[in-house]
Design a binder for this molecule. Sequence first.
Ligand code: IPM
Ligand code: MG
Length: 359
Amino acid sequence: MSQQYRITLLPGDGIGPEIMAVAVRVLKTVGEKFALNFEFKEALIGGAAIDATGEPLPAATLETCKQSDAVLLAAIGGYKWDSLPRHLRPETGLLGLRSGLQLFANLRPATILPQLIDASTLKREVVEGVDIMVVRELTGGIYFGQPRGIFTTETGEKRGVNTMAYTESEIDRIGRVAFETAQKRSKRLCSVDKANVLEVSQFWRDRMIALSAEYPDVELTHLYVDNAAMQLVRAPKQFDTIVTSNLFGDILSDAAAMLTGSIGMLPSASLGASNPGVYEPVHGSAPDIAGQDKANPLAQVLSAAMMLRYSFDQAEAAMQIEQAVLKVLDQGYRTGDIMSEGKTLVGCQAIGDEIVAAL
Ligand code: IPM
Ligand code: MG
């Protein structure tokens, strides 16, 4: 009997639907090969949901996600919705999905592929061999802390407020994910904070040090976030696993992504304790190239592979997808964002055809 998996698809906005179409074809192909039976259900999120229902995360979408085994998300947002009030913005839908499913751990791998070294803006010797995992806290910190808002003070002046706060249990659960992730890699964990200025960061660091007693095989180091940003572009190979808070992780994961040449290559997994995981590319919805068949679907395809590995425990199927992507790059096929001299420029669907053929 074949394995049954229910997958919620959230194509979202911009290039989302195009890259999702490629990932679905790839999943169907490995599904046939490995006798995995995928049941896909599409739901609305982001700008597409605002247009159809008036809100960026309809209750029905969250419910569909909860009823499934995993969620594959493409991208949300676009110029069209940028001037809406905050509670109606596409980003609010994404944040609502993360908190609604309690996906506190965001895994963002940044691995440089030998085929794409020349697509990096950094020198070959700096980026060759880079293999970093950023473990970003995703449902706490300044993204969700209270109070927040734009208030009027007693003197009548306006004042914008957000709050960076972490409880012990919030730090400990992301810390454990990070230590366990490091244990499966090269056992080096760097915790990034701003403990020289922020109490919340000092507390973060204290907790990481306390937790490290339970993981004697993992070497724990600490960096201030400004230094970490510098080190990431100066000497990225010193990093293996990085653990950090929501805001710092948002920033550092973009920097880590660019080491690899294109943010269009990087998948991510958002995991919680009980609900289904959400798998999505690190990149955004690229409204400037939406609907033109120019987008790079590889991060979306690699996100589907991560889903097979982490949520369905189908490591072999995941590996075959990753190898098909490498093969297509070896054959010289490139989308515009990773194009270099002597390679063959293809569109989003055409590179998808090549991945399917490689499988
Ligand atoms: C990301 C994005 C989101 C974030 C935005 C779209 C809300 O930048 O996933 O990194 O800030 O977390
Ligand atoms: Mg970001």
